[in-house]
Design a protein around this ligand. Structure first.
Ligand code: MN
Length: 328
């Protein structure tokens, strides 16, 4: 089957619903180190597919962060792929199979739904809309177009996806339609207080200690801010990888700062760093991430970089300065 490029959601949505209707068994997955949108959109899609009478397995290669363990259906997520072949592999916000953390998927066809600027047309059917705030919002559009009821479980999953991927309705991707969707999901029974409590008011002390170390070390030069943690910092804080999520958002919160970077040393890999980037307004960090084998959105992206810390910081900060200069 040829890959397809849709000029608008109005054309993509019926094609995606048709693709789903023709198939019975689904393997739903998303990117490695899953975030709220990956988990919420995958589980929201699971609930929709089950409303359609389909058989669904949701698989993630990495563990589910504790913040998201109460999202309805999360107890059904598996990490080992079952020994069966599915009619369809459904990849959400993944630009390739490799990004899912699995080497291959046991599927006869592939459907790709993504909202990243760096999204790619690798599947049999590809619906990519970089304008939308979350893949959860794309799944919401599918639910509405399908005519199925938005159940409370579905609503909670999709609300969690949208809440987290808009930075609690603060990012530039937030529009009037984001709030209209949030209102509808709330009316449909989304557990909005439960999700908020889990995501924003259940931080572990280890994360706070790691954050303190990172913020204490923060550097600011002109419109660029940056910080980093080494494996030794993580051990000292008793922190896990998921405790590093979101540290970069504090750096982009600084007045006058238009681009920010947070680096964390990969466990057991000295001088090998995972890079998180954020920006404000027109400053495009998805292009910066592409220089460091990554990608993402204009204002939020990530990648990886290898080298001695001083050299790595110099390269990243120079790239961010250049990105700020281009948009000035
Ligand atoms: Mn997303």
């Amino acid at each position: 089957m040829a890959t397809t490029n849709f000029p608008s959601d109005d054309q993509a949505i019926p094609a995606v619903l048709g693709f789903l209707a023709e198939r019975e068994t689904f393997l739903v997955t998303s990117h490695a180190r899953p975030d709220g949108d990956a988990i919420g959109s995958a589980l929201g899609m699971m609930h929709l597919l089950e409303s359609m009478g389909k058989q669904v397995t949701v698989a993630f290669s990495d563990p589910i962060p504790h913040l998201y363990r109460d999202i309805p259906g999360s107890e059904r997520i598996v990490s080992e792929l079952p020994e069966t072949t599915f009619d369809c592999g459904l990849l959400l916000e993944c630009d390739s199979i490799a990004r899912s953390g699995y080497t291959t998927l046991p599927v006869n066809s592939l459907l790709n739904i993504d909202h990243h600027l760096s999204g790619r047309h690798f599947a049999d059917l590809n619906w990519i809309n970089p304008e939308t705030c979350a893949v959860g919002a794309m799944v919401y559009q599918l639910v509405i177009a399908s005519g199925h009821t938005v159940t409370p479980a579905m609503a909670t999953c999709l609300y969690a996806a949208v809440l987290t991927d808009t930075g609690a309705f603060t990012f530039a991707s937030t529009t009037a339609s984001t709030f209209a969707m949030a209102e509808h999901l709330t009316r449909a029974g989304a557990d909005i207080h439960g999700v908020t409590e889990a995501v924003y008011f259940s931080t572990r002390p280890s994360k706070m200690r790691l954050l303190a170390a990172a913020l204490n070390r923060m550097e600011i030069s002109g419109m660029v801010a940056w910080s980093w943690v080494t494996e030794a910092d993580m051990i000292a804080a008793g922190a896990t990888l998921e405790d590093c999520e979101g540290v970069v958002n504090y750096l982009i919160g600084l007045e006058g700062v238009c681009a920010a970077a947070f680096l964390r040393e990969q466990p057991g890999l000295r001088n090998d760093f995972r890079l998180s980037l954020r920006s404000k307004g027109a400053v495009d960090v998805s292009r910066v991430a592409q220089q460091f084998s990554g990608g993402g959105h204009r204002n939020a992206s990530g990648g990886s970089i290898v080298g001695p810390l001083d050299e790595v910081l110099h390269r990243v900060v120079s790239a961010l300065r250049a990105a700020c200069a281009v948009s000035a």
